[in-house]
Design a protein around this ligand. Structure first.
Ligand SMILES: Cc1cc2nc3c(=O)[nH]c(=O)nc-3n(C[C@H](O)[C@H](O)[C@H](O)COP(=O)(O)OP(=O)(O)OC[C@H]3O[C@@H](n4cnc5c(N)ncnc54)[C@H](O)[C@@H]3O)c2cc1C
Length: 303
């Protein structure tokens, strides 16, 4: 039986496992796709402390190798958890390939960004199609950009990008914003932001990088709009459905936990983007990883 099993090999999971291993415990990370998570797909990370600029794949590889060097074990598979509530309370973590047992579990399953699903979006991802304003906004300093979406994230992206970019165009499907009133007010009085209503994106245009976006109005007339980047903010999908039987999720599917990374199930901790929090970044993921890794080790010591 492992002391701790970590589900998810992104920055939160890799950091959790590092902390557990350094506390002298046995630890296994299970990853269903590729180690590094979303971070590994980021062309450039320029807001991670101590590293001026690095491509996400290299940072992911550095974290992976550091964890290996400290004795973390790795395996592939899509994991689910169940609680064995007998005298030796422990957890069974099952993948399509194997069944493992652990005294404690850390869930670090991350999120996916919802995609528009239009022509040009996937081909131009990382070449002007962006899903994170805090991550990528500074690459478009003094350039015109478009934000797509009508909720809190989209409006926050627009307000943030207006501090960096020359012009921000917000495209919303209807004539309504589904964000906090105070954010909507700030948007409406910001003269660097143009709000285009009833606009449905048809295509993101560009060869090697984004040069514009084509959208339809309510009668289907197409407008082409020049821009250097399109920030898509139409929601995120936490990878948590499979854990709903063991830990509480909020109404949007995030695992309910505070800064202590404790879930509603004693012995299961959570780290990174998959938990309830306001800022989802590499720096906050590794911060959670440290807390969850340390807390899981303390939990195991107390058993
Ligand atoms: C294109 C892009 C650019 C970005 N740029 C920046 C940036 O510049 N700066 C910054 O700070 N942040 C950036 N981010 C955000 C940052 O990458 C994330 O905040 C961070 O990766 C979250 O880490 P995480 O470990 O919580 O989750 P993730 O990175 O999402 O990792 C979760 C991992 O868990 C795995 N997993 C999920 N469910 C299971 C399961 N059931 N079993 C096994 N494995 C599972 C997934 O496959 C994934 O590998 C960017 C994100 C993207 C997509």
């Amino acid at each position: 039986m492992y002391d701790v099993i970590v589900i998810g090999g992104g920055p939160a999971g890799l950091t959790s496992a590092l902390y557990v291993a350094r506390a002298g415990k046995s630890v296994l990370i299970l990853e269903q796709n590729a180690f590094g998570g979303q971070m590994a797909t980021a062309p450039k990370i320029e807001n991670f402390p101590g590293v001026d600029s690095i491509d996400g794949a290299t940072l992911a590889n550095n974290m992976f190798e550091q964890a290996v060097a400290h004795g973390v074990e790795f395996d592939m598979g899509s994991a689910t958890v169940s609680v064995v509530d007998d005298s030796t309370r422990h957890f069974v973590v099952t993948t399509e390939y194997a069944e493992h047992q652990a005294k404690s579990v850390i869930i670090a399953s991350g999120v996916s960004h919802k995609h528009l699903g239009v022509d040009g979006e996937s081909a131009l991802e990382g070449k002007g199609v962006c899903y994170c304003a805090v991550c990528d906004g500074s690459f478009y300093k003094d350039k015109p950009v478009v934000v797509v979406g009508d909720g809190n994230s989209a409006v926050q992206y627009a307000l943030y990008l207006a501090t960096i970019c020359s012009q921000v165009t917000l495209l919303t499907w209807s004539n309504k914003l589904f964000c906090d009133g105070e954010l909507a007010q700030r948007l409406k009085v910001n003269d660097k932001i143009e709000w285009v209503q009833n606009a449905t994106v048809q295509q993101i245009v560009g060869d090697d990088c984004v040069t514009g976006v084509a959208y339809a109005d309510e009668i289907g007339a197409i407008t082409y709009h020049d821009c250097d980047a399109v920030f898509v903010a139409i929601g995120q999908l936490p990878h948590n459905e499979t854990f709903a039987s063991v830990v509480e999720l909020d109404e949007r599917g995030y695992i309910v936990a505070g800064e202590d990374c404790k879930t509603t199930c004693p012995g299961i901790f959570v780290a990174g983007d998959c938990r309830t929090k306001s800022i989802r970044q590499c720096a906050t993921a590794v911060g959670d990883g440290a807390v969850a890794g340390f807390s899981a080790s303390m939990y195991v010591d107390k058993l």
